[in-house]
Design a protein around this ligand. Structure first.
Ligand code: DOR
Ligand code: ZN
Length: 350
């Protein structure tokens, strides 16, 4: 139950620990949507071609900063896309020189632009051992891609078949299970406190698979990992609002133009950068845990990554329904903003 007396909340400026900004026209259009409320974000490297080397990450960082409107302050935290050819020395240099904050593991074929991902985990073991040594986190897209595994089981199977053995082989590696969607993942993180954390997206706290599939297919709710049944969504909300240090926000805001979403084979991704903070405040308020929002969006992420908490603040204030655009215009075409399916009452004041 919401606390009726709690109508405003001031918290350190939040960070987004999993974000897709793309490049070019799309980057220019979506970057302000995140920078308006967030101080930093972990930037996903799944461009075409992917951001694999330190030099590519540095160049991409420059393009992001060049696209940032002059009146905005924002720090992109870059990631390197792990391939079977990744050079441990390049990863070490990228981390030690402050170019990259983390490495991203996509199992080959798991999602958008993941063809260069990892097939044979033994091939990347030297990189993982280097990362463990220098304290560089691995961000994991935790889904197996075997065609015989049902898409709704892919996260749970990944934990058993890939993540457990991998963490046994390289126990000192810091791992972020990204965009967890199942109770299985929540339990695994809770039961394994060492060097393990998880991000949760805004949309997975709000929609289950019925929202996507009942009463007509809703392409704007299609993302990977795909939303699961309601009991899993409830487990995610409980983890997020618990204040547990190992769970923090990674929106996975992933823009695709409407023509690319609304077709016979539509792209996976939910674009939530615009209204994420209002959505989250609504979720935490409804659970009667608004005060735990600070841990989820502002404190737990920096703690895991060993970075300072922002010294700036934002204030959330409850009022009349928030007006936000249904679409963001880009020079590549419109991008639809996540529709939580209910009014949002929490306004963000910078
Ligand atoms: O839904 C998704 N979209 N999941 C991912 O893992 C990738 C992302 C994208 O890049 O569009
Ligand atoms: Zn993602």
């Amino acid at each position: 139950m919401p606390d009726k007396d709690l109508t405003s909340l001031t918290i350190p400026r939040p960070d987004d620990w999993h974000l897709h900004l793309r490049d070019g026209n799309m980057l220019r259009a979506v970057l302000p949507e995140t920078a308006r409320h967030f101080g930093r974000a972990i930037i996903m490297p799944n461009l075409v071609p992917p951001v694999v080397t330190a030099a590519q990450a540095s160049a991409y960082r420059d393009r992001i900063m060049a696209a940032l409107p002059g009146d905005m302050v924002f720090e992109p935290l870059m990631t390197l896309y792990l391939t079977e050819a990744t050079d441990p020395a390049d990863v070490r240099a990228a981390f030690e020189n402050g170019i990259a904050t983390a490495v991203k593991l996509y199992p080959a074929g798991a999602t958008t632009n993941s063809a260069s991902g990892v097939r044979d985990f033994e091939k990347v073991r030297p990189v993982l051992e280097t990362m463990a040594e220098i304290g560089m986190p691995l961000c994991v897209h935790g889904e197996v891609t075997d065609s015989e595994i049902d898409i709704f089981d892919r996260e749970a199977v990944f934990i058993d078949k890939v993540l457990k053995p991998l963490r046994k082989k390289v126990p000192d590696l810091k791992v972020v299970m990204e965009h967890v969607t199942t109770e299985d993942a929540v339990d695994y993180v809770r039961d394994n406190p060492k060097n393990l954390a998880a991000t949760i997206t805004t949309h997975h706290l709000i929609i289950n698979r019925n929202h996507m599939l009942v009463g007509g297919i809703k392409p704007h709710y299609y993302c990977l990992p795909v939303a699961k049944r309601e009991a899993h969504r409830v487990a995610l909300v409980q983890a997020a609002v618990s204040g547990d240090k190992r769970f923090f926000l990674g929106t996975d805001s992933a823009p695709h133009t409407d023509p690319n979403k609304l077709q016979a084979c539509g792209c996976a991704g939910v674009f939530s950068a615009t209204n994420t903070m209002s959505c989250l405040a609504e979720v935490f308020d409804a659970a009667g845990q608004l005060k735990k929002l600070e841990a989820f969006v502002s404190l737990n992420g920096p703690r895991f990554y060993g970075l300072p908490v922002s010294e700036e603040t934002i204030t959330l204030r409850k009022g009349d329904p928030v007006q936000y655009p249904t679409q963001i215009a880009t020079d590549d075409g419109p991008v639809t903003v996540f529709d939580p399916g209910f009014d949002l009452h929490w306004h963000v004041e910078n």
